[in-house]
Design a protein around this ligand. Structure first.
Ligand SMILES: [Zn+2]
Length: 120
């Protein structure tokens, strides 16, 4: 009987821990949770954005380091500033792709044989 009670106490403790962790993992008003370690955000500045947020117009942040919106000193009646999301890994892939395309185009020009054949 003592063993059954011990098991029940352990199960209850694990359940309470999981419930507590799930509840604390959902922050409100915080920057969006990063999908990977290098997830980056910039702040999209609208034409009517407050002066406070314009300071960050061209700054790229790691998602976990981005300032929270609206900013503490935001002067707009309703802050319309939004995050724009970047997946840094995807940007690198795009760059690699276009470099390969340029190389392939160059090879095509070099291996053209029509000129020699028309002369003979
Ligand atoms: Zn604002």
């Amino acid at each position: 009987m003592g063993l059954l009670l011990t098991i029940l106490v352990i199960v209850a403790a694990v359940a309470a821990f999981l419930w507590y962790r799930q509840r604390s993992a959902a922050p409100t008003g915080a920057p969006p949770a990063p999908s990977n370690r290098f997830h980056a955000v910039t702040i999209h500045i609208r034409a009517d954005a407050c002066p406070a947020v314009r300071v960050f117009a061209s700054t790229k942040f790691l998602a976990k380091e981005a300032p929270r919106l609206p900013l503490e000193n935001c002067t707009a009646p309703v802050c319309k500033c939004r995050y724009e999301h970047y997946d840094d890994r995807r940007t690198e892939e795009d760059r690699r792709e276009s470099a390969d395309a340029a190389k392939y185009e160059g090879e095509q020009k070099r291996t053209r044989k029509d000129r020699r054949r028309s002369r003979a």
